[in-house]
Design a protein around this ligand. Structure first.
Ligand code: ZN
Length: 484
């Protein structure tokens, strides 16, 4: 991750003159070689940080369509790579060099291949128009959290930055002009493959409805500027222009074949990645649980879990550690992070053997830096089920009186998970139904067992209004393993 941050800073600082493949104009941007190196360095990090979702049918579609579109695009020579990310956030994004990502969340929300193709073209457009990560870099560097900054250890800081970068990628925004340009390219590229880009326009209605739903996040493809409904109007107009300009028919929609591909797709959060219920974090695959202090927030990513105190007073970072046993893991970790432990001892946590190290950082000025606030840290390594887990607590010295005991709640409550009720949680999965009567969407959904408080959610998922008439033989989306 150190390299990753370096690359981004590098990308911003070493801007050089390169030609834009769309406009042909010379402009300040990183060289193509650096751009490709940036993407190649970033891609494995994104995949490991966010997790890849493997689905043979959807992988085949995104790769086939992505490569056809990229071959006909302004930059066919790049080594394009298309990946499905295991996240329920509704988003798609791209990084320089030809790397395009769709979440399983956005795949669930498309209702035909034409919408899919339009968004794919939009993301390919960010790469071909060289919308480099300029804005992303600034935003991410600014976002590096206060807690991360509190620690002097570069390794720990990098580790925390990695998470905020991984997370913020799901929420990154390009500027208004870049989005408009990518919308135009999305229309062009998908029309060239024979798709009806009016459906791409229609997907902005889904975006708009998702944004209006309380508590829904607003990521890249969904950027609020320009407004989705304005984008819908513009894209519709461009769709007509391309249909008039291109030979042949641009009428491909492929609704049923696309919906059939969604059968069994994980929908919403996947409990197998860990979930919180009544202030307890459960991990059914690794078979452990621990308590979350009341009012604290939890960020769960494949590589670590962050438990954050209110107002950045402190944090607990939970991750896997490496070592023969808890004490060896602790020693190795202290060395790697160039920390000095002022205390260390063997501990037992709910019958499991562990080792605890603690110390402090900062508080003194150096030749080059002003005094940073003193930060106390304590790391508890626990051996369980063939793994070593690390609970790292960090807090400003000034906050320790207020939250010190609370910081210990997660590690002290770490325990084996044996309750079948939590071990056997299954995610909801998309189920495709062919309706056998003509009725409103709302009535079809009710008949399929969708509860009243989730009707709107499923209306959006189906890209229809609840009172819309759905004819006999039409496919609609519902879910299996419905949450109570
Ligand atoms: Zn975009």
């Amino acid at each position: 991750m150190k390299n990753l941050l370096f690359f981004f800073v590098f990308a911003v600082m070493l801007a050089s003159c390169a030609r834009n493949p769309i406009t042909g104009k010379k402009e300040f941007a990183i060289s193509e070689k650096k751009e490709i190196a940036l993407g190649a360095a970033y891609d494995p990090q994104i995949v490991s940080e966010m997790g890849q979702y493997k689905d043979p049918g959807l992988d085949a579609l995104i790769n086939k369509l992505g490569k056809e579109m990229a071959t006909d695009s302004h930059r066919p020579e790049l080594e394009w790579k298309f990946t499905i990310i295991d996240s329920d956030v509704v988003n798609a994004f791209a990084v320089p060099g030809g790397y395009v990502y769709f979440t399983r969340g956005i795949l669930a929300h498309f209702n035909n291949e034409a919408e899919f193709a339009g968004v794919l073209g939009h993301e390919i457009g960010h790469v071909t128009a060289r919308h480099t990560a300029k804005s992303m870099v600034r935003q991410q560097i600014a976002q590096v959290g206060m807690i991360a900054g509190m620690l002097a250890s570069q390794e720990v800081r990098n580790n925390m930055e990695a998470i905020s970068q991984g997370m913020s990628l799901l929420f990154l925004k390009y500027g208004r002009d870049a989005e408009s340009e990518s919308d135009a390219l999305g229309v062009e590229y998908s029309s060239e493959q024979g798709y009806d880009a009016n459906y791409m326009a229609g997907f902005f209605r889904t975006i708009d409805r998702l944004q209006k739903q309380a508590g829904v996040t607003i990521p890249d493809f969904q950027s609020t500027h320009p407004n989705p409904l304005n984008r819908e109007v513009n894209v519709k107009q461009m769709a007509g222009e391309w249909q008039a300009k291109l030979p042949g028919a641009q009428d491909k929609v492929n609704r049923d074949s696309y919906l059939r591909l969604l059968e069994g797709l994980v929908y919403g959060k996947d409990p197998k990645q860990g979930f919180v219920e009544n202030n307890v974090f459960y991990h059914p695959v690794l078979k452990f649980q621990f308590d979350i202090p009341n009012g604290w927030t939890l960020n769960n990513s494949p590589s670590q879990v962050q438990v954050l105190a209110p107002e950045n007073q402190g944090a607990v970072i939970f991750s896997l550690a490496a070592g023969e046993n808890a004490s060896a893991a602790a020693t190795a970790w202290v060395q790697q992070n160039e920390l000095t432990a002022s205390a260390q001892k063997a501990v037992t946590v709910n019958g499991m053997s562990g080792y605890q190290v603690s110390g402090s950082q900062g508080g003194e000025a150096t030749q080059t830096q002003q005094a940073s606030p003193e930060v106390l840290w304590q790391a508890t390594f626990i051996a369980y089920n063939g793994q070593i887990y690390n609970f790292l607590e960090v807090a400003q010295a000034a906050s320790v009186n207020a939250i010190g005991q609370t910081l210990e709640i997660p590690y002290r409550s770490f325990n084996r998970l044996t309750d079948a009720n939590y071990l056997n949680r299954e995610p909801e999965r998309v189920k495709i139904l062919k309706v056998t009567s003509t009725n409103s969407l709302q009535n079809h959904l009710r008949a399929a067992g969708i509860p009243n408080d989730r009707l709107l959610e499923f209306g959006i998922l189906n890209g229809m209004e609840l009172n819309e008439q759905v004819k006999t033989g039409t496919l609609i989306k519902v879910v299996s393993n419905m949450k109570k």
